[in-house]
Design a protein around this ligand. Structure first.
Ligand SMILES: O=C(O)CCc1c2[nH]c(c1CC(=O)O)Cc1[nH]c(c(CC(=O)O)c1CCC(=O)O)Cc1[nH]c(c(CC(=O)O)c1CCC(=O)O)Cc1[nH]c(c(CCC(=O)O)c1CC(=O)O)C2
Length: 344
């Protein structure tokens, strides 16, 4: 069988039509997701139910024929596996027990102990390996240490990651110990996803843009390099997509500095700029604003065509700049796909 298009793009091949998948493609914007979510009872029960997590992962593949499936899980399962309490408040989002003192850190489990909690996720991967169409690439993922640390320290999502910045300033040793534990845990988590059958892994540093200057190099770039280097030592040939969201100028050289095979771009950078400054180093992914999935129309078609055109001279995987939102219209997703595949 011809190699899968996502894997060809990740190797640096320039394809006539970019392969496409979408962050949060399995999610609340789909009626079939909401039905299965109701069957599972709640979000975390869905994540830890391999049959149902595989079902929701497959739903967008059946409906749209995306070129990749992303494992249905969440970046906050790792802190839970390390011993943090984790729960979701409907309509508000995740809540965790906080870590701001050494004693709370000392209570955490070692990275080697995470697999007991996370083994259902590996089971989901195994089911997907059997169930996915032959041409669909299976992507595993984890949150990057900084982003996950912002939730573990604050106990919730925050607008400015204030509590994590405060701990970094007030107790640098504890802050760095949390990042180190998360780095070790992420290596273990992604390595097991690959062993179970993930063909690509993606590292979501969704709050990387909140780190400036040297802090970005020390707490976004360096952990990504550590994780990617170790994964490639254990699993040569498995590509890694890095997503230092809102890195801006810091996207330049990120692939070379970390060993990432692809850099995913948010929609705050112009595709023409990214083609000239980031795509020169290899595959890029993105970067349509997810708001177009809500508003649709001619603007969606125009922006999609502009992105396909801007990245047409190099390796490119089409995606949004961030996850699709629950209020999106499933028809607009089809319009985006038709525009990309219709020879935009
Ligand atoms: O910062 C916050 O407010 C917490 C955000 C939040 C998280 N899980 C959450 C929520 C609540 C919510 O999305 O409503 C809770 C969460 N995670 C997910 C869902 C499904 C959905 O979006 O409707 C949901 C909503 C669950 C529900 O209510 O049914 C699943 C998820 N999390 C994630 C992914 C990977 C991906 O984006 O494709 C995926 C999709 C997997 C798939 O499509 O198969 C990763 C994730 N989880 C999370 C984050 C961090 C921050 C962010 O959203 O920007 C990120 C990384 C990112 O999206 O940039 C944490």
């Amino acid at each position: 069988m011809a190699e899968k298009t996502i894997l060809r793009a990740l190797k640096g091949e320039v394809l006539p039509t970019p392969p496409i998948w979408m962050m949060r493609q399995a999610g609340r914007y789909l009626p079939e997701y909401k039905a299965t979510r109701a069957q599972a009872g709640d979000f975390l029960s869905l994540c830890y139910n391999p049959e149902l997590a595989a079902e929701v992962t497959l739903q967008p593949i059946r409906r749209y024929g995306f070129d990749a499936a992303i494992l249905f899980a969440d970046i906050l399962l790792l802190p839970q596996a390390l011993g943090a309490d984790l729960w979701f408040v409907t309509g508000e989002g995740p809540r965790l027990s906080t870590i701001t003192r050494q004693s709370e850190f000392d209570a955490l489990k070692p990275a080697s102990d995470v697999h007991e909690t996370l083994s259902p996720i590996y089971e989901t991967v195994k089911i997907l390996k059997r169930e996915l169409p032959a041409e669909t690439t299976l992507i595993g993922f984890a949150g990057a240490p900084w982003t996950v640390a912002t939730y573990m320290i604050a106990g919730r999502g925050t607008k400015d990651q204030g509590p994590a910045h405060a701990l970094k300033a007030e107790n640098r040793a504890l802050f760095e110990a949390i990042l180190e534990r998360l780095t070790e845990g992420t290596i273990e988590y992604l390595s097991k996803q690959i062993e179970a059958g993930a063909e690509v892994v993606k590292l979501f540093d969704s709050w990387a843009g909140s780190l400036k200057g040297e802090d970005f190099d020390r707490y976004a770039l360096a952990p990504a390099k550590r994780i990617i280097t170790e994964l490639k030592a254990r699993h040569p040939g498995i590509p890694v997509i890095a997503f230092p969201r809102e890195a801006g100028e810091k996207y330049v050289g990120f692939a070379k500095a970390t060993g990432a095979d692809c850099v995913a771009l948010d929609n705050s950078v112009a595709p023409e700029w990214a083609a000239a400054n980031v795509q020169v180093d290899g595959c890029v992914q993105g970067n349509l604003a997810s708001s177009h999935m809500v508003t649709g129309g001619e603007a969606l078609v125009r922006e999609t065509r502009e992105i396909v055109q801007a990245f047409s001279k190099g390796p490119h995987i089409f995606n949004l700049g961030h996850g699709i939102t629950p209020d999106a219209d499933p028809e607009n997703v089809q319009l985006m796909i038709d525009t990309v595949r219709g020879g935009a």
